[in-house]
Each structure stands twice: as structure tokens, then as C-alpha cells.
Design a protein around this ligand. Structure first.
Ligand SMILES: [Zn+2]
Length: 670
């Protein structure tokens, strides 16, 4: 199967090149710059986006209700005469979409539609709303932001890491920082291994040091400096902070975290500062210290996730070398997908304080159905891991993680701390909350895991198992019904346009679902097909954009990146939303991961079988078309053949013969 596919790929590529030269294939590739709005930097646009809460914004016009346990919101659509709420807002994607009239977009599109404003004014309106100052005029050297290559930013960050590291170790200006490092009992080795650094209390330090080496625009793109809001010029980030370089999975520094130092002259509300998202830094996917933890994680098949830089470093220094940290966010689906490539078990370690518990509980339900042994650990007596490891050994810490509760146990435990089961009403309440918790996880339904959890919960709360199952079924039924209305609503616009999506369009769409669910598949897919293999124009546009993001920026076309790349294009955003939703409903991620590590075989070029199945009809259509073209050409009278040179005619003959041998008698195809 795989060989056959690769064979097609090789011969297909060669043949189509030959035809392309003759102009038989129309290039449909569009540049993303077509959608780029000039006048504002991408950075500022993303700042406005990230400073805007779409749910709040939409709520100013539409009354929204939370669904799916608060993950999504629905309301009556303002764009069509809506009787049942069909208008969805997705907080995690910061996008909206109507399931009936198919209007969709992000915060910019929303303001453009509702207030009938062109993009620049919509941007200004949102910036004002977020109390951000709109940059007056783009600086000349900053306009090339978009062209700045990832490699430039990587070089700039690497340079800054070395500069700040040597400053921390030797500069007279870093006395205060060295004292802090000593007080936190970080060893010389630790400082060197984690390449810790210090930025002196000088707001133009980077700029001065980088002179003749990097331009201000390059420093901005790498997140080292920012343009001043009030007047011309720039100022440094990280001033007066102890700096933790953030290293990506390939061992390259891509961003920074910085901690304010006690006894310094820099006052800041934020104890920690993290780099913003950039072309090289993706917060939701990156884990601090993964580069150092990778080997132990792989060997022990266990990853320990702590909350901050200092905890993580303390773990490593004490010998807990499979510790990583999230970067100012709770654990995300991206983290889980990433870690599952190396680990079977993940232990989330939280401080025992209330804030830590809340964060843990919020993130749990999302991962309940994941095929991963997720444990939650609260370090005893309210300590954080760094404190604990000051007077305990790594063995003792590992013993704690080994006895950590499963995620559902942790949830039950935290409910039981609030509600007593000494009364019948109390038991009922605990059961209600646990069943809601379980019902929220769709993927869990009917699984052995759910069965075991139910049995345990019922035993603990002393309630009848049959009753609990019944209750869970009813809760699930309600969610199921919602699922049906969603699907029905989606079908409506298709019928309105009297268009039936044919099997090939479904296949095209599933390719897009696969790309947005498993972005790393783009590398395999783009070698098999291009946008002109798609029939549907919207599908073509989205595939084009995915390939552009991958080829031009070197980014995986993952959801967050694609939403940014879609540049507030309503049609694209709406399609992206629809594709992600249907991918979730079909369980594409699971289908793609039926064969673990399929991507890693044969140097990453082998396609998993689900992908092969989806691509097959599209590849077959291309085969048929090519076959038809070559047949028609060969059937033409000699004079029209004479416009082709001998080499081309020969190539066409061979192509025709090859197709015949591969697909049987071509007349059968008519
Ligand atoms: Zn609508």
C-alpha cells in the first residue's frame, strides 16, 4: 500500500512537471500577502487580539449562554433571522461562527461587520477598547517585519542568551542577581546548564550592545525590545531581571522568562515576564526545560510538570530530571499531544494553595478521555516543589509522584473537601458534581476507563451504581441532542445553496481536518497533493494557506497559527472553524494515531494508513485527469502535435502507456 502510494507520488510529480511547462495545469497558488493588511505591524495586531476578550466583546451586542461546561458560548445570530441560538463563540480560538448562515470571524471581523468599519478603524476601535495606544506611523525599518526570517530571530535570541549569561557570571552590574541566585541555592552548574542570565538596569542595553550587529527591527521581532508608545525610539524588555532562556525541543533558545529581583531598582507589578508569541515561540506548545528532561522522560516514560522556572530548575538540581514547566499557562491539549510522543504518564504538580488547586481542576476534565495516565500531585504542607526539595531527597519526591492521585480521584477529593457525605443530600450533591464532571468528557463515554471510574466513585460515595449510570446516561443524552442540532444546523446552508457535497469534496475536507488536527502531517500531504488537486475553491484557499505557512514561515499549520494567517478573512476563518469542529466530531486525532509513531518511520515520509485512505480518491481523480489529457493529445491530428517537441510527445506516450498499465483499459473510465 505504502509503496504504491509513493510510486504514484514519484511518477505523478515528474509527469505533472512536464505538463505544467506546457501550461496544461493552471497554477492556483495564492500568496498570503494578498490578505495582509498594511499599516500596522503583525505584532500590534496580535497584541490587540490577545488583549480582547471575544466573549465580552460579542456580549455587548448578543446575549450569550455558556455550553459544554463553559468551553463555548451560544446566542441568537445577529446576521440572520435566528429563532434558535445558532451563533457560537469559541473562547479558546477567539473566533465566532453561525451554524446556519455561516458568518464567522475573529474580533476584527466582528467589529468590521457590526460597526461597518474598514479594517484599520476596527483595529483602532479595539485597541482603544483594550486601552492600547495605536502606533501613529510605522517606522521604516520595522515595515520589513514580515520578511524577517525565523533564522534571524533565532540568531538574535542566541546572541542575547550568551550576552546575558556572561553578564550574570562576570559583570559588576550583576552583583545583586548573583546574590539572589546564591540565596536560592542554585549551583554554578545549574546556572551554566540552564544558561541563566541577567539584564542590567539599563533601558537601552540591548540596543547599544547590538549596534552594527542587528537592526532594531530584528530585536523587536526576537522580542528583546519594544517600540515606545509615547514618542520615537525603543526600550528593552527584561530590564533588571534574572533571565531564564526558553529552549525549544530542538535545543534552540527561542524566548525568555524574566524574574524581578528583590533589592533592585526596577518596579514591576509582574514578578515574572514572558516573551510574547513570535514566529519562533509558541507558548501553548513549549515546555520549559524539555530539552534537558527529554532523555529521562523517554526512559522513565513519565513527565513531571511543575508550575514555574524556579521549581523546575530546583527539581533538576535535586536530581528530578524529568521535570518540565508550562509557561504561564495551564497545561494545554498541545502539551499533552506533544508529551504523549515520549511519555505514558504525566504528573501535574501544583502548589497546595487555593490558586494552584483551581488551576488543576480547570485543566483536568479536558484530559480525562486522553489516552494518558494523568496524575495530580499537591506537594504536602503547602510547599512548592523547590521548598520541598530543600529538605527532601529526589527519591522522596519521586515517591510522592508515584502515589499521586489519578485525575478523577483528585476531583473527587476536592469535592469531598467542600461537601460532606454524612447526609443523603450531601451524597447526592457529590454524585451530581462527579457525574457532571464525567459527562463533560465525551471521549470517555462507554470506555472501560469510565466503567472503572464509576465503580470507584460509587463505592467511595456509597451510592447505587445503577443509579449513577442512569444519571450519567441522561446527562450524556442532553449533550448528545445538542450534537444533533449542531449537525443539522450545519447541513442547512448546504441545502439552501442546493449543493450536495460529493464524495471527493468530503475527502478534500477531511484532508484539511487532518492538517488542522495533526499539523505535522502537512509535510507528508504537500508532497502528495497541491491546491489544484482540490475542486472546491474554499478548500483550495485553505490548503494553499496551510502550505504557505509551512513553506514560507516554517511554522506548522496548527490552529492558532492558521487563525493568525487567515488575516481576519471571514470566509477562511469560518471554514477553519467548521473544519476543526467536524474534525473533533469525527475523532480525526484518534483515527490518525491508530498506528503510533507512524510519522517517525522511514525518516518521516511514510503516511499513516488513515491518511492514505483519505488521499486515495483525490489522487485517483488526478490520475484520471492526466490520463484523459494525454489521451486527447495523442488522438489529435499530426499538425497539432507538431507544436510539441519530440521529447514532450515521447514523454506523453510513455505517460499514457504507464497509466494504462496501472489503471487497466482506459476506455473503462468513460
Ligand atoms: Zn446566522
Amino acid at each position: 500500500m505504502r509503496n504504491e502510494l509513493q510510486g504514484q507520488e514519484l511518477s505523478g510529480a515528474g509527469d505533472s512537471d512536464c505538463l505544467t511547462d506546457r501550461g496544461f495545469r493552471v497554477q492556483s497558488r495564492r500568496s498570503t500577502s494578498e490578505f495582509t493588511v498594511v499599516g500596522f505591524g503583525d505584532d500590534f495586531k496580535e497584541l490587540v487580539r490577545s488583549s480582547t476578550n471575544l466573549v465580552d466583546l460579542v456580549s455587548e451586542t448578543v446575549s450569550l449562554k455558556p455550553i459544554h461546561g463553559g468551553r463555548d458560548f451560544i446566542g441568537l445570530c445577529p446576521f440572520h433571522d435566528d429563532k434558535n441560538p445558532s451563533f457560537h463563540v469559541y473562547p479558546d480560538r477567539q473566533t465566532y461562527r453561525c451554524w446556519v448562515c455561516d458568518q464567522g470571524g475573529d474580533c476584527f471581523r466582528w467589529v468590521m461587520e457590526m460597526e461597518k468599519l474598514p479594517f484599520p478603524e476596527a483595529m483602532e476601535s479595539l485597541a482603544r477598547r483594550a486601552r492600547l495606544e495605536v502606533p501613529k506611523k510605522k517606522r521604516d525599518d520595522a515595515t520589513s517585519d514580515n520578511q524577517l526570517k525565523k533564522t534571524d530571530s533565532l540568531a538574535v535570541v542566541e546572541w542575547a542568551v550568551n550576552l546575558m549569561h556572561s553578564t550574570l557570571r562576570t559583570s559588576a552590574k550583576a552583583e545583586n542577581a548573583r546574590e539572589y541566585v546564591k540565596k536560592r541555592k542554585l549551583s554554578e552548574d545549574t546556572v551554566r546548564n540552564f544558561r541563566l542570565g541577567y539584564h542590567p538596569e539599563d533601558w537601552n542595553w540591548f540596543l547599544d550592545q547590538a549596534r552594527a550587529r542587528f537592526t532594531p527591527a530584528q530585536l523587536v521581532a526576537a522580542g528583546l525590545i519594544q517600540e515606545r508608545n509615547n514618542g520615537p525610539g525603543y526600550f528593552d524588555n527584561l530590564v533588571g531581571r534574572l533571565v531564564f532562556p526558553i529552549i525549544d525541543e530542538r535545543g534552540r533558545p527561542v524566548a525568555f522568562g524574566g524574574r524581578v529581583l528583590p533589592g533592585g531598582n526596577i518596579e514591576s507589578d509582574a514578578k515574572y515576564w514572558n516573551s510574547l508569541e513570535s514566529t519562533i515561540f509558541h507558548k501553548r506548545r513549549t515546555l520549559y526545560a524539555f530539552d534537558r528532561a527529554r532523555e529521562t522522560i523517554r526512559r522513565s516514560k513519565t513527565a513531571i510538570i511543575v508550575e514555574g522556572y524556579m521549581d523546575c530548575i530546583a527539581c533538576h538540581q535535586a536530581g528530578v530530571t524529568n521535570a518540565v514547566a508550562t509557561l504561564g499557562t495551564a497545561m494545554t491539549e498541545d502539551h499533552v499531544r506533544f508529551l504523549r510522543r515520549f511519555a505514558e504518564k504525566v504528573v501535574l504538580v501544583y502548589d497546595s494553595d487555593k490558586a494552584g488547586q483551581d488551576a488543576a481542576e480547570r485543566s483536568i476534565s479536558r484530559f480525562l478521555a486522553e489516552d494518558l495516565d494523568l496524575r495530580i500531585l499537591s506537594v504536602p504542607s503547602g510547599k512548592d516543589p523547590a521548598d520541598y526539595l530543600e529538605d527532601h531527597t529526589s527519591e522522596e519526591f519521586y515517591a510522592l509522584t508515584a502515589s499521586a492521585s489519578e485525575a478523577w480521584e483528585y476531583k473527587l477529593h476536592s469535592i469531598l473537601q467542600r461537601i460532606s457525605i454524612n447526609t443523603i443530600a450531601g451524597r447526592q450533591q457529590v454524585l451530581n458534581q462527579m457525574m457532571e464532571f464525567l459527562a463533560a468528557s465525551q471521549g470517555l463515554a462507554g470506555s472501560i476507563r469510565e466503567d472503572m471510574i464509576l465503580r470507584n466513585v460509587c463505592g467511595r460515595v456509597q451510592v447505587d451504581e445503577r443509579m449513577a449510570r442512569q444519571q450519567l446516561k441522561e446527562l450524556r443524552g442532553q449533550t448528545q441532542k445538542k450534537g444533533f442540532t449542531r449537525r443539522d444546523a450545519e447541513r442547512q446552508p448546504v441545502e439552501l445553496k442546493t449543493r450536495v457535497e460529493n464524495a471527493l469534496e468530503r475527502a478534500e475536507r477531511e484532508v484539511l481536518e487532518i492538517i488542522l488536527t495533526c499539523p505535522e502531517s502537512i509535510d507528508v500531504i504537500r508532497h502528495q497533493i497541491g491546491a489544484d488537486d482540490f475542486e472546491n475553491a474554499r478548500h483550495q484557499r485553505l490548503l494553499d494557506l496551510c502550505i504557505d505557512v509551512w513553506k514560507e514561515d516554517g511554522d506548522l499549520p496548527e490552529l492558532g497559527r492558521m487563525i493568525i494567517a487567515a488575516e481576519s478573512d471571514s470566509d477562511l476563518l469560518s471554514l477553519i472553524n467548521a473544519v476543526v469542529d467536524s474534525a473533533e466530531e469525527k475523532g480525526i486525532f484518534r483515527l490518525m494515531n491508530d498506528q503510533p509513531n507512524a510519522h517517525e518511520k522511514a525518516g518521516g515520509v511514510s503516511a499513516p494508513s488513515h491518511l492514505e485512505r483519505v488521499l486515495r480518491p483525490i489522487l485517483e481523480r488526478r490520475e484520471k485527469r492526466l490520463n484523459l489529457v494525454s489521451k486527447q493529445l495523442l488522438a489529435q491530428p499530426a499538425q497539432s502535435m507538431s507544436i510539441l517537441d519530440d521529447g514532450t510527445i515521447d514523454a506523453l506516450r510513455r505517460l499514457h502507456k504507464f497509466r494504462q498499465s496501472q489503471m487497466g483499459n482506459p476506455t473503462e473510465m468513460k
